[in-house]
Write a protein that binds this ligand. Structure first.
Ligand SMILES: Cc1cc2nc3c(=O)[nH]c(=O)nc-3n(C[C@H](O)[C@H](O)[C@H](O)COP(=O)(O)O)c2cc1C
Length: 235
């Protein structure tokens, strides 16, 4: 096969992408074997990065004391976040489960060291945030690898950055990109949980694809038809 993926392999990777879920409710206590966790971390480490900067570090957390601190940070922030909604929306927000910090066997913080590689990283002259974007790609690699290993991953972002940094002893130049909960699950939802619970639905892709400039919709034609056809098949 050389460097070509077969049709079957292609189908599998699209399936992993489609069936990846943000998980927070369905964690099982089963431990993640070290070799599996190592594969996930290696997948993350193989993410692309600006100038091959590899700005990430991975903090593997299994301490209940740290998880409890993080949960308390979440609860404080989530209380504030809930107040952004009123009426029925507020009730719905409060019913959503938005983290699985304690139940998941492993929490993982992926950070971005903004000084890695020195002051002149190739490709990072004009847009300094490129290091942050690179670290996000490590998160996505790990998320997809997790799905392929039948491990659920949930991103918890309702956290105060300073409290989080203090708890994990991050120095000032290290930015916490993602606080993740990892574990085996009893099921992966077929749709995003926010969709299932009536919070928000997936936008139609063909309305998000533009032609030559933002705001110019796709002309009727092969690409638009293909996008709509796939949408109707839910693929
Ligand atoms: C940057 C980022 C931050 C997120 N933060 C949270 C969070 O704090 N709590 C939560 O329940 N889900 C969080 N999510 C998960 C999203 O809600 C989820 O990705 C989205 O609803 C689509 O669902 P899916 O990932 O299952 O496809 C986050 C996702 C991203 C990419």
């Amino acid at each position: 096969m050389g460097h070509h993926f077969s049709e079957r392999e292609r189908q599998i990777i699209y399936r992993v992408i489609r069936e990846r879920r943000d998980v927070r409710s369905q964690f099982l206590p089963d431990p993640i074997p070290s070799e599996v966790l190592a594969r996930l971390l290696r997948a993350a480490h193989h993410a692309p990065s600006v100038g091959f900067m590899q700005p990430w570090d991975f903090i593997v957390i299994d301490s209940l004391a740290i998880k409890q601190k993080m949960k308390a940070i979440f609860q404080k922030e989530n209380q504030k976040a809930a107040e952004n909604n009123s009426g029925e929306r507020n009730d719905l927000y409060r019913r959503l489960k938005l983290e699985g910090i304690i139940e998941s066997p492993i929490n993982l913080c992926i950070t971005c060291d903004r000084t890695r590689g020195g002051p002149h990283v190739l490709g990072r002259n004009s847009i300094l945030e490129m290091d942050l974007f690179s670290a996000c790609l490590a998160v996505q690699n790990l998320w997809l690898a997790g799905r392929a290993e039948n491990i659920g991953v949930g991103w918890v972002s309702i956290l105060d950055q300073d409290d989080l940094a203090r708890t994990l002893q991050l120095p000032p130049d290290v930015y916490p990109i993602a606080y993740l909960c990892l574990g085996y699950v009893d099921e992966f939802g077929s749709q995003p949980e926010l969709q299932t619970k009536g919070w928000r639905t997936r936008l139609p892709l063909h309305e998000l694809v533009h032609h030559n400039s933002l705001g110019t919709p796709l002309k009727e034609g092969v690409l638009k038809t293909a996008l709509q056809d796939q949408e109707s098949l839910n693929t």
